[in-house]
Design a protein around this ligand. Structure first.
Ligand code: RB5
Length: 146
């Protein structure tokens, strides 16, 4: 497994889980680019979804993790950029298939919906699972044509 810089972004509702995931990413041998937010003070999730999208689109990172209360708003925001394939996951199987079939480059999590252990398991699978390519490549290419 090669060392990679993984970007992290969240709103206030995701801040606590983001902090936990930052530690986990380091334990898994990677480094973290933290795009905020930096506290539980109320902020707007589109700003952090966009920050992640820009980091991906500009090539500063290949992959990232975004967190808000449900994971819904911040993934909607990130996915408005065609460079982003953000997958909202609440179980390991979804996280695995998001990598194998969709080449997801952003994992989205809902801090108010998933427990810490499930979130950590999703993160590990997301980071360690390869894209299968083959028939999936054509479909992923079409996602980028939006
Ligand atoms: C913030 O209260 C909450 O709306 C946000 O974290 C997220 O769940 C939106 O999709």
């Amino acid at each position: 497994m090669s060392r990679e810089t993984i970007a992290l972004a969240s709103d206030h509702a995701g801040y606590g889980l983001k902090s936990l995931l930052a530690e986990e990413i380091v334990k898994l041998g990677h480094t973290v680019l933290d795009l905020g937010t930096d506290s539980e003070e109320s902020v707007d999730y589109p700003d952090y979804g966009r920050a992640m999208a820009e980091a991906i689109a500009e090539g500063r990172v290949k992959r990232g993790v975004i967190v808000c209360g449900t994971g819904i708003g911040i993934s909607m925001a990130a996915n408005r950029n065609p460079a982003v394939r953000a997958a909202l996951c609440s179980d390991e199987t979804s996280a695995r298939l998001a990598r194998q079939h969709n080449d997801a480059n952003v994992l989205a999590l809902g801090a108010r919906l998933v427990g810490e252990e499930v979130a950590k398991a999703c993160l590990k699978v997301f980071l360690e699972t390869e894209f299968e390519g083959g028939r999936h490549q054509r479909r992923v290419d079409k996602l980028g044509q939006a």
